[in-house]
Design a protein around this ligand. Structure first.
Ligand SMILES: Nc1ncnc2c1ncn2[C@@H]1O[C@H](COP(=O)(O)OP(=O)(O)O)[C@@H](O)[C@H]1O
Ligand SMILES: [Mg+2]
Length: 243
């Protein structure tokens, strides 16, 4: 179980996250939608302290972190329980696909190198890139790079996977293969929190859709309700704009 309460963050100006409360059940797939600049990325980034929240608590399994007084050890422990997939892939340019996957296993999870490499090879098979193991990111298509980005997150066996617009930087021709891989991850009952503008995909994959605006959760519910029968005027206006 994942439980977020009162998560608050600003960047010196006004608050960007206004006290977010959110419970996520094991294996639940949540899609977050909302206008740009509304705090979606900040929410995901605060959940593993890529951005440091000012207040609130984050509980992942047996670990509870009070943001206001989080210790280094707690932040590391939280990062071991979460995995992040970035919009721009964020691969190491000077590392091969295989090395990009082993890196965090060795440095964050302290797995022996041989074990990390065996895990990377098995993941490369799962993401359909076994024959690209020795390729550097520059030699891979955008779709292949993002599949490595997802593979790297899969390898961590995290309790929560965070996806921040994983297809937004891709040429249209590569979007399908990345969404297909995310569907396969979902089939493994992985708990997923996904920010995306792919509304059809959201409808199909989400157990719950959250509409955010102005650093708050405005409305949430099953996809059919949010997409076909939104209650809040702001949700309605947003969905009219993106359709
Ligand atoms: N590192 C930062 N420094 C200052 N302001 C930031 C930073 N990151 C995000 N913001 C601001 O926080 C707000 C929410 O940003 P973000 O979470 O990226 O929104 P979204 O992902 O919904 O588009 C925006 O106004 C943005 O300018
Ligand atoms: Mg964003």
């Amino acid at each position: 179980m994942i439980e977020i309460t009162g998560l608050t963050k600003g960047f010196g100006g006004g608050p960007v996250l206004n006290g977010i409360d959110l419970s996520i059940a094991p294996g639940e797939r949540i899609v977050v939608i909302g206008p740009s600049g509304t705090g979606k990325s900040t929410l995901l980034r605060c959940l593993n302290f890529l951005d440091r929240p000012e207040a609130g608590t984050i509980r992942v399994g047996d670990l509870t972190v009070d943001a206001a007084k989080a210790t280094k050890a707690q932040i590391l422990a939280l990062r071991r329980r979460t995995a992040f997939v970035f919009q721009n892939y964020a691969l190491f340019a000077n590392k091969t696909a295989r090395e990009n996957i082993t890196e965090a296993l060795v440095t964050v999870q302290r797995k022996p190198r041989a074990e990390a490499e065996a895990r990377a090879d098995s993941i490369l098979g799962e993401i359909g890139l076994a024959e690209k193991a020795g390729s550097y990111p520059a030699a891979l298509s955008g779709g292949q790079q993002q599949r490595v980005g997802i593979g790297r997150a899969m390898a961590l066996d995290a309790q929560l996977m965070l996806f921040d617009e994983p297809t937004s930087a891709l040429d249209p021709e590569w979007v399908g293969e990345v969404l297909d891989l995310m569907r396969r991850v979902a089939e493994q009952h992985q708990t997923m929190l996904i920010v995306t503008h792919e509304m059809q995909f959201a409808r199909e994959i989400a157990d719950r859709v959250i509409f955010m605006e102005g650093g708050r959760i405005v409305e949430e519910g099953p996809p059919a309700q949010i997409f076909d029968d939104p209650r809040d005027a702001r949700t309605k206006a947003f969905l009219r704009r993106v359709r």
